[in-house]
Design a protein around this ligand. Structure first.
Ligand SMILES: Nc1ncnc2c1ncn2[C@@H]1O[C@H](COP(=O)(O)OP(=O)(O)OP(=O)(O)O)[C@@H](O)[C@H]1O
Length: 769
């Protein structure tokens, strides 16, 4: 037993001792423990000190309210979660109940305690079901999402939600709320407390699979660029390996390609700042043509709309847009009407979101597969909790086929065979098109079945519940592979439990283990088999030409060879995902550093931190110095222009010498500043704060948008000679400095040129220049 396991078992022993004592308490006494714990925490005891007792109280409440007493392994898991490890517990071991203990303990601190689950259905279900326990013990609990995902919660409701002792929500809702909470303009509109403790359910899916897709809040549309059409055509004239290189799902221009762009667009240096827009559009068009495939990455609907597909589940991602112009570039390639290109107002990745929690933990049935990456990126250790009962599921060896035709044929034969005995069968495929094909073949065999590839987690979960009944056949995309609890109907155990048939190699082994994990829950019997072929989506990475050679009609190829090729493809695929995620961490750390500074400054301003007037005067002076540095000859016309644009709408001649123009402007500015100060009296500092906030937001929104685009543009530069990350960091630093300068200008302009009036509650209304 290693050191961590020893500590967990030691604490488990303590909890079990306390459990014996707690059993004797009346309901009233048990509930009263919550107040006692809160008092003791306030008096200086730590959560670790009270862990054994608090866990015991929660176990007893779990039993009295839900009829389930946590097993020892669940208590172990709960302790590991409290100690902020990432916890692997087998699928079906009861992670939902496990989480009640650490959530209760951390909820006692009065600090924000949150559990994020994979979808709205689970968040609402768990808040309701597990919520009964917390309510019984006197803690409040809320779900942070609505049943109807289109219906958004308003800020007042959100305040109520995030003030609850324990919150169940989804990672998406939490991320967006965090961003929205940092866009508010006044203290009263804030609805979130500082983060404290989080448990991430299906942590590998959130921290790894969803990690590189940032959450982005979009604002007003950008003016539509007319470069999409030209660059789209231009890209069709390029020759592979002469003008561009395509490798491992990446594409970039060769030196010859760069020269060709320069000739074609008649520009000197494609990488010069002045040609940034051309570079960006060429890169976008290259990616649209060579990295995005119709019917695999996206579909075009009858209405002529491009809709993205989720590669791991095959779902249509309605309403989801690629960022930084990629969406429009693909629309252009497909000759569709271009949708509005929205500016990014705020963005964050999950990695950075969860790193904001001083205490972060997670659980999943399949997290140990990613343990090295999790340690490297999140500095988090994975702890594997043994199952309560030994696993009785039989995971049979994968079956290998040359073509998808043979593969589907074999799956259907196996389904028919098992179905004839009454055993329930769950077929899980990665792509929507595969589920449709399976369904067609089942109809031909006259087998009744349900197909789950819709976009509604509530509905899905209800149907999948039936999947364990006698004679039931269910076809689903891998979205049914996580978090769904399939109970066996009467007599099914005797038939061997649920049979999971996986169709096609998945992108990583974790998804496969999740799919198998629908069977054999809680030590029940079950069976799983995967059917794979060279035409599986993962094998695409080997290249069409290469594959065609093998798939040719009459050519013989041994099963061993097929197995080798498929294993290799999955390995390449998951390694390239790891690489992509690591590079997205590096890129995002730049934005994270900037965001930390900006949010801190913003929060200080919203919280009423006053600006030092001397500093303001100094900024005015610096702005003027910079103006003179930029313009060698400042004549009267330029001077007046500067005054009108920055200092005052009314030009008046001051009775001081204009011999030293710089000095004259500084005096002018000082007077304007003092006039404003006099006009506003006591409310001057509040006014300055609001003006600064407005300038800050304007600058930051531009920067966020720019960084999003910069990342897209940079990724298309030749990787051979350049360190892309380094270039990105350098350009990001320059743009941050530029932003600081423009914020300083805008804040002074706002202060000196802003028009103030007062509303009926005497609130300040400012019309910014
Ligand atoms: N201590 C317990 N006593 C009795 N039943 C339990 C206990 N713990 C969990 N269960 C039951 O076990 C089932 C599986 O629980 P749950 O869905 O939380 O598993 P899971 O670990 O989240 O699975 P997955 O990894 O698939 O999400 C549920 O039906 C639950 O009611």
């Amino acid at each position: 037993m290693n050191k961590i396991d020893k500590r967990l078992h030691f604490l488990l022993g303590k909890v079990k001792e306390e459990c014996k004592k707690v059993k004797e308490l009346s309901d009233y006494e048990l509930k009263n423990k919550t107040n006692e714990f809160k008092r003791r925490l306030l008096a200086g005891e730590t959560t670790e000190d009270i862990l054994p007792e608090a866990f015991a109280v929660c176990c007893e409440a779990d039993y009295r309210v839900l009829g389930m007493f946590p097993y020892d392994v669940q208590i172990l898991g709960g302790i590991a979660l409290h100690l902020c490890y990432l916890c692997e517990m087998n699928t079906g071991e009861g992670k939902t109940l496990t989480a009640t203990m650490p959530l209760y303990l951390n909820g006692l601190t009065g600090k924000s305690t949150i559990l994020v689950t994979a979808n709205e259905y689970l968040a609402i279900r768990d808040a309701e079901e597990m919520g009964q326990v917390y309510k019984f013990l006197g803690l409040s609990v809320k779900a942070g999402v609505n049943r109807d995902t289109n219906e958004k919660l308003d800020n007042e409701t959100k305040k109520d939600v995030y003030n609850a002792d324990i919150v169940y929500t989804t990672h998406g809702a939490l991320g967006f709320d965090y961003l929205i909470n940092n866009l508010v303009r006044s203290k009263e509109d804030r609805f979130m407390r500082d983060f404290y403790y989080v448990i991430i359910d299906e942590a590998d899916s959130v921290l790894l699979d969803s990690a590189s897709m940032p959450l982005v809040i979009s604002g007003s549309p950008r003016v539509q660029s007319n470069l999409y059409g030209i660059t789209d055509f231009f890209v069709t004239t390029l020759v592979e390996d002469v003008h561009y290189t395509l490798e491992d799902k990446k594409v970039w221009l060769t030196t010859k390609g760069v020269e060709y762009v320069q000739r074609y667009f008649r520009i000197q240096n494609l990488y010069g700042k002045e040609n940034y827009d051309i570079l960006r559009h060429v890169v976008l068009a290259l990616r649209a043509h060579f990295l995005f495939d119709k019917d695999i990455d996206y579909v075009v609907t009858d209405k002529g709309e491009m809709v993205l597909l989720d590669k791991s589940t095959g779902r249509k991602l309605n309403g989801m847009k690629l960022r930084g112009g990629s969406h429009q570039a693909i629309e252009e390639k497909e000759h569709l009407e271009l949708s509005d290109e929205q500016r990014s107002v705020a963005a964050i990745t999950y990695q950075n979101l969860f790193n904001l929690f001083p205490k972060m933990s997670g659980m999943s049935g399949t997290i140990a597969d990613g343990k090295d990456e999790l340690l490297e990126v999140y500095h988090k250790q994975v702890v594997v909790i043994p199952p309560n009962k030994p696993l009785a599921r039989k995971d049979l060896p994968d079956k290998y086929f040359k073509t998808s035709e043979e593969q589907f044929d074999a799956v259907i034969k196996e389904t028919v065979k098992r179905h004839n005995t009454g055993q329930p069968v769950l077929l899980i495929a990665s792509l929507i098109s595969d589920t449709e094909m399976l369904s067609k073949l089942l109809v031909q065999e006259n087998i009744e079945h349900s197909v789950l590839n819709a976009n509604n987690a509530f509905w899905e979960a209800e149907i999948i519940k039936e999947a364990g009944q006698r004679n039931v056949v269910t076809v689903a995309t891998s979205m049914a592979g996580r978090g769904t609890d399939i109970h066996l109907g009467p007599g099914v155990k005797e038939l061997g439990g649920l049979c999971v048939l996986g169709v096609g190699r998945m992108n990583n082994t974790r998804d496969e283990r999740q799919a198998r994990g629908r069977a054999g829950r809680q030590g029940e019997p079950g069976v799983s088999i995967f059917y794979t072929s060279l035409e599986d989506d993962v094998c695409e990475i080997l290249g069409d030409d290469f594959l065609e050679k093998y798939i040719e009609k009459d050519k013989h190829i041994s099963k061993r060879r097929i197995k080798k090729l498929i294993n290799k493809s999955q390995k390449i695929k998951s390694e390239s995902s790891v690489f992509q995620r690591k590079s997205s961490v590096d890129y995002d750390s730049v934005m994270q550093r900037q965001r930390t500074i900006m949010y801190k400054t913003r929060n200080d301003l919203i919280d009423g931190k006053n600006l030092d007037e001397n500093v303001l005067v100094q900024i005015v002076g610096n702005n003027i110095d910079e103006f003179f540095a930029k313009h060698k000859n400042v004549d009267d016309f330029l001077m007046n222009r500067y005054i009108l644009d920055n200092l005052s709408y009314r030009l008046k001649k001051l009775s001081i010498s204009t011999a030293d123009k710089k000095e004259y402007l500084k005096q002018y500015a000082n007077r304007a500043f003092n006039d404003k100060k006099q006009l506003l009296g006591k409310r001057f500092s509040e006014y300055c704060r609001l003006c600064t906030l407005s300038a800050l937001d304007e600058g930051w929104v531009e920067e966020v948008d720019y960084l999003q685009q910069l990342q897209a543009a940079i990724s298309g530069r030749s990787t051979a000679q350049r360190n892309l990350l380094f270039e990105y960091q350098r350009e990001a630093r320059i743009s941050f400095e530029d932003m600081e300068k423009s914020i300083k200008k805008a804040m002074i302009r706002n202060i000196l040129l802003g028009e103030v009036s007062f509303g009926k509650d005497n609130e300040m209304i400012i019309l910014y220049p």
